[in-house]
Design a protein around this ligand. Structure first.
Ligand SMILES: [Zn+2]
Length: 397
C-alpha cells in the first residue's frame, strides 16, 4: 500500500531564522494575493487562467516590480501558483469555498521542495537559514516529498510529507476486537468496554487560562498596545490547546486502531448537536472532527474497519440489554430501562449500542456487548444504520 503521511514538527529557530521564516511567508502571501487578483481579472474578461499562465506573467514582471522577492528562496513563491490552481479545482468540484485573499498572521506558511532541504536526526537544513533544530525526529520512514513551514501563534512548525511504501513499518495491530466509541466533551470518549477516557489534565488548565485571557482582553481598549499584547497571549493559549488536544487524540486513535479489528463511532453531526454544552462550539468541533479525521486515515493504515453510525441511529435511546427504546433528556446522565431494569451510564450504554453495529447480526440488541466476546466478523450486518462513506484521504497534518 502506498500512503502519503505528513508529520508536523515544532521548530526551534534562532531570532534570525524566525525572521527569515516570517519574510518567506510574507512572500508566499504576497504572491498568492497577486496571483488570485490576476486570476480573477483574467476570468472576468473571459480568458481561461491556469497555474502556468499566471506564473509566467508573474515571473516576467517580478524582477522589475518586486525585486525584494529575490531575498527569499524561490520555493516560497513558485509553488503558490499550483496551490492556487488546486484551490480553484476544489472550488469547481464543489469541495471547497472560493479561494480568498490571505491576511498577515492568518495561517502563515510557505513551501519547500524536497531537493531544497535535508533532515538529519532532530535537525533540518533549510534554504538560506541553514540548520534548524526540531523538537522531535521525523516519525516516518520513506520517500520525503515536500515540506511546509508554518506559524501558529508565536511558534514555527515544519510539516514534512513522506510517501510510505511499506505500511507495516508504522502499523502493527495487537488486537482484533470490536469496540464502540461514544464521543463526548467533558470526557473525551466512552468505550463500550466501559472505559471512560478523560481529556488530558493540561487541557483543563489551558481552558481555564483561555477563559481568564478572554476576560482580560475584553477589558482592554481595542487597538491599544495592551490589547495587542492580550491578543497574542490569547493566540498562544489557543495554539497550546490545539496541540495538547491533537497529541492526545493521536494517542487515542492509534490505540483504538491497533487494539481492534472494527471501531464503530457515531455520526459527527449528531455528536455536535448533542454535546457542545461545556465548551465553545469551535473548541468542541475541533476535537470531534480531528478525532474522526485521524480515525479515517489510521483505520486505513492499520487495516482496521471503521463503521460510522447513521446520524439517525438512536444510540443514546436504545437499551443496550433488551433493545427497548425510551426518550432521554440531555440532562439525564444515567440510562434506566423501564422494560428490563438496566441501569448504566448514558455514554456507556450508547457506546455498547454502537459496538452492536459492528457485529454481523441484525439489530436485535439482545445481548450486552462484552469486551472481546463478539462472534467472528463475517456475514450480514445491520446496514440500515451504517453510513456509506468513501475511504478517507490519508493525511496526518
Ligand atoms: Zn432494557
Amino acid at each position: 500500500v502506498l500512503a502519503t503521511l505528513a508529520h508536523k514538527i515544532a521548530l526551534d529557530p534562532t531570532v534570525v531564522q524566525a525572521n527569515y521564516f516570517a519574510r518567506a511567508c510574507g512572500v508566499a502571501r504576497f504572491t498568492w494575493n497577486w496571483a488570485l487578483a490576476k486570476w480573477n481579472e483574467m476570468y472576468a474578461v473571459g480568458e481561461k487562467p491556469d497555474a502556468a499562465k499566471v506564473r509566467k506573467l508573474f515571473n516576467s514582471i517580478k524582477a522589475e516590480l518586486f525585486p525584494w522577492i529575490y531575498e527569499i528562496h524561490k520555493d516560497a513563491n513558485q509553488r503558490v501558483f499550483t496551490d492556487l490552481h488546486d484551490a480553484f479545482r476544489r472550488f469547481f468540484e464543489k469541495t471547497a469555498a472560493h479561494p480568498v485573499f490571505k491576511r498577515k498572521w492568518q495561517r502563515d506558511s510557505c513551501y519547500v521542495s524536497n531537493d531544497h532541504f535535508a533532515i538529519n536526526g532532530d535537525r533540518v537544513r533549510l534554504p538560506i537559514v541553514g540548520w534548524v533544530r526540531m523538537h522531535e525526529e521525523l516519525r516516518f520512514d520513506g520517500k520525503i516529498m515536500s515540506a511546509t513551514i508554518s506559524r501558529e501563534a508565536d511558534r514555527w512548525f515544519l510539516s514534512v510529507t513522506v510517501q510510505h511504501l511499506d505500511m507495516r513499518s508504522v502499523t502493527e495491530a495487537i488486537g482484533n476486537g470490536i469496540i464502540g466509541v461514544d464521543l463526548g466533551i467533558s470526557a473525551l470518549a466512552t468505550l463500550s468496554s466501559g472505559e471512560v477516557i478523560e481529556g488530558p489534565k493540561p487541557l483543563k488548565a489551558a481552558l481555564k487560562q483561555l477563559q481568564l485571557a478572554g476576560r482580560s482582553l475584553s477589558r482592554k481598549v481595542k487597538g491599544s498596545s495592551n490589547w495587542k499584547k492580550a491578543v497574542v497571549v490569547l493566540q498562544c493559549i489557543h495554539a497550546r490547546i490545539t496541540h495538547i488536544r491533537k497529541d492526545f487524540i493521536h494517542k487515542l486513535t492509534t490505540r483504538l486502531c491497533r487494539e481492534n479489528q472494527t471501531v464503530v463511532i457515531e455520526d459527527l453531526r449528531m455528536a455536535f448537536m448533542l454535546k457542545n454544552r461545556h465548551l465553545s462550539r469551535a473548541a468542541s468541533d475541533m476535537g470531534l472532527s480531528e478525532f474522526r479525521r485521524q480515525m479515517k486515515y489510521k483505520t486505513l493504515l492499520f487495516g482496521t474497519e471503521l463503521i460510522i453510525a447513521d446520524q439517525f441511529f438512536p444510540s443514546t435511546r436504545i437499551c443496550s440489554k433488551c433493545g427497548a427504546l425510551k426518550d432521554m433528556l440531555l440532562s439525564e446522565r444515567t440510562y434506566r430501562c423501564d422494560a428490563c431494569g438496566l441501569v448504566l451510564s448514558r455514554d456507556h450504554n450508547a457506546a455498547i449500542n454502537l459496538e452492536q453495529l459492528g457485529y454481523p447480526r441484525p439489530a436485535g440488541f439482545s445481548t450486552c456487548g462484552q469486551e472481546g466476546a463478539g462472534p467472528p466478523i463475517t456475514g450480514r450486518r445491520n446496514h440500515a444504520w451504517m453510513k456509506q462513506e468513501p475511504a478517507g484521504h490519508m493525511e496526518n497534518a
